[in-house]
Design a protein around this ligand. Structure first.
Ligand SMILES: Nc1ncnc2c1ncn2[C@@H]1O[C@H](COP(=O)(O)OP(=O)(O)OP(=O)(O)O)[C@@H](O)[C@H]1O
Ligand SMILES: [Mg+2]
Length: 299
């Protein structure tokens, strides 16, 4: 009989650290209030979903979080530091994002697109780059190595030399994620990452988001695909007409009558066998039709 090895005492349960904290965020465009007094936190190790009808203010909220917009009111902090209203400084601080309308450098290769995303993490300056000294070459090699790791991670390594514009749509979305990860973010914001994807690609994206979380990057994700959101997220917040209507676990949110009335349209009824989202609700829930260009700015 073998002697049982003593099990170590259970680690003290630590409260999860807050990674993102948005407080009272309001964004007005003239007379239109696109986002109204929204509070949201994301803790380390979490995947949080943001859902709501078309035009609810989800992308505008992301733009406020990532420095593309200066909110009319409210503050956004990342790891207890207030974020500046400049997108490159937000990226440098540790918050990366993808865009609802894909923004890749179409005529650059897959690898080059990821290297561009790496830029905020390289210290070598312009002079060093011009002189192409040993420091620059070392940094370049490290960047390329990291970029290739990310292409492996996202399943795009075999396409490293393809032009971004020649990738199928689903792979362009993955490349956007790889590029965002190249800045080594502590928080990744995904704006409709599965829009236009087929069911297999959507499932692969779900696994990819879990893997990103498991590697230590918290995730905030906007999606219209309810199966994707409710499978993936620890917590879900619902925006309707710029306001946060409900926030809670997927179970709580999908059975909330106000959410059903304002967004889901048909009772979700916890039908796990349903392969498709409700078709007769007020909104498209497949995530394939939200292509309005409302992201503002040119990041
Ligand atoms: N730069 C802008 N100027 C004026 N109005 C804007 C601007 N950006 C967004 N809006 C308006 O703000 C509201 C919220 O838009 P937003 O794109 O944030 O919605 P959304 O929830 O992301 O919708 P979707 O699901 O369709 O992507 C809309 O009425 C939109 O027209
Ligand atoms: Mg949007």
């Amino acid at each position: 009989m073998t002697t049982a090895t003593p099990t170590p005492p259970a680690a003290e349960a630590q409260p999860a650290a807050t990674v993102l904290s948005a407080t009272g965020v309001t964004m007005r465009f003239g007379g239109l209030t696109a986002v109204q007094n929204v509070d949201l936190t994301v803790n380390s190790g979490e995947i949080v979903g943001l859902i709501g009808p078309n035009g609810a203010g989800k992308t505008t909220f992301f733009n406020c979080l990532t420095g593309l917009y200066t909110p009319t009111e409210g503050t956004v902090s990342y790891k207890d530091k207030v974020l500046p209203h400049k997108s490159h400084l937000v990226t440098q601080a540790g918050v990366a994002r993808t865009f609802q309308n894909i923004r890749l450098f179409a005529n650059m290769t897959v690898l080059e697109n990821v290297l561009v995303g790496r830029h905020t993490r390289t210290k070598e300056g312009l002079l060093s780059a011009l002189l192409r000294g040993p420091g620059f070459r070392r940094a370049e090699n490290q960047s390329e190595q990291r970029a290739m790791e990310l292409l492996e991670f996202t399943g795009l390594a075999a396409k490293r030399d393809h032009l971004a514009r020649n990738l199928p749509y689903g792979e362009q979305r993955k490349l956007e994620i790889a590029r965002a990860l190249a800045s080594d973010p502590g928080l990744l914001l995904l704006d409709e990452p599965t829009a236009g994807m087929n069911p297999q690609e959507t499932r692969a994206t779900q696994d990819l988001v879990f893997a990103i979380r498991d590697q230590g990057t918290a995730v905030l994700v906007i999606e219209h695909d309810m199966r994707f959101i409710f499978n993936l997220c620890d917590r879900v917040a619902v925006l309707v007409q710029g306001r946060k209507l409900v926030e809670g676990t997927p179970d709580v949110v999908q059975s909330d009558e106000r959410v059903v009335a304002a967004y889901l349209g048909t009772p979700y009824e916890g039908d796990t066998s349903a392969e498709t989202a409700p078709e007769d609700g007020p909104e498209d829930t497949t995530g394939t039709t939200s292509t309005k260009d409302t992201e503002g700015g040119t990041a």
